[in-house]
Write a protein that binds this ligand. Structure first.
Ligand code: VAH
Length: 316
């Protein structure tokens, strides 16, 4: 069975469906700390689970004969800056526990998401390399950098088959904007469809590496199903698709909503965005396991504007 921790989050909401389609709903267990959020998982097994409740996690793994864990629960960048020690504790303790459990229970595979947040202000910003200076200055980024070191350690020392991707900002329409610095790019679609003015919390020319959720899901499944010997990087793979600024995503939406208006009011999240790269070099992922993105900005905007209006009913 496949256990998904943090299934109701932005990535989990879509990855759970993809994994259920792949393995069958009876073989996938969607878990989250939020019981109400689990109601949407009517196509697989689901149960409330607090990743910090180690005994419950261990009992579930044994009882359900779990062989793979997708550990997606984390405090994201912006929220993390409001609760630094809590973010560090949850992000790190939970990963270490999952890695130790994978070793003890001899799990087949573990998936854990990293992020471009591992890069910091003195990382080269254009076409950022897989190997480069990484001095993240957000708690979230520090926890992702430390987490990558632990993933590689558990693979090298204990043979735990843990795999990871440094996601750019992920954009999808099946979850509301969350605590991420890149979530302005989720919220902007909701405002356009609602016919409301959009105030961007990042300045108009803030370029960030981004990716449509469809591509993020494809990359995750491609990595997790690649032959073990092809997965040469056991910290976390750089992953890239598109880069855009608030101005550019606004312009792409305006083609469909000509009356849509925007203004810019940078807040504390501007400094976080400024510490991250503008674009990413993912040549290792393309070489090792054939990664290739499909969605550019126009294609992403078209798909979201086509599907989000009908999907809004799920947010009531
Ligand atoms: C965040 N969406 O903004 C996440 C992601 C690269 C950004 O890690 O915190």
């Amino acid at each position: 069975r496949v256990l998904i921790i943090g299934a109701a989050g932005q990535l989990g909401s879509e990855l759970t469906k993809a994994l259920s389609d792949m393995y069958g709903g009876e073989n996938v267990i969607a878990t989250d700390i939020n019981p109400k959020a689990l109601e949407k998982f009517d196509y697989c097994k689901s149960t409330v689970l607090d990743i910090m409740d180690k005994d419950s996690v261990r009992n579930l793994v044994k009882k359900e004969q779990v062989k793979q864990i997708y550990h997606l629960a984390a405090v994201l960048s912006a929220t993390g800056e409001k609760n630094p020690l809590f973010a560090w504790h949850l992000n790190m303790e939970s990963l270490l526990f999952v890695l130790e459990l994978a070793k003890e229970e001899k799990l087949d595979k573990v998936y854990w998401p990293s992020s471009i947040a591992v890069f910091g202000p003195n990382t080269p910003k254009v076409n950022t390399a897989q190997y480069c200076v990484k001095e993240p200055n957000t708690v979230y980024g520090i926890s992702k950098q430390a987490g990558e070191r632990w993933c590689e350690y558990y693979f090298q020392k204990y043979g735990v088959d843990v795999r990871s991707l440094r996601y750019p900002g992920l954009i999808g329409y099946k979850s509301l904007p969350g605590g991420g610095t890149t979530d302005y790019a989720v919220d902007i679609y909701h405002k356009a469809i609602a016919g409301e003015h959009f105030v961007s919390f990042l300045s108009e020319d803030t370029y960030l590496p981004m990716m449509y959720m469809h591509d993020a899901i494809k990359a995750t499944l491609d990595l997790m199903h690649a032959p073990k010997e092809n997965v040469k990087i056991r910290s976390s793979y750089n992953l890239s698709a598109i880069s855009f600024s608030p101005k550019e995503i606004y312009e792409s939406i305006k083609l469909t909503y000509p009356d849509f208006s925007i203004s810019y009011a940078p807040d504390f999240r501007q400094a976080i965005a400024d510490s991250w790269p503008d674009s990413i070099d993912d040549s290792h992922a393309r070489a090792d396991w054939g990664w290739k993105h499909e969605y550019d900005l126009q294609k992403m905007t078209a798909d979201i504007l086509e599907n989000l209006p009908a999907y809004m009913v799920n947010f009531k």
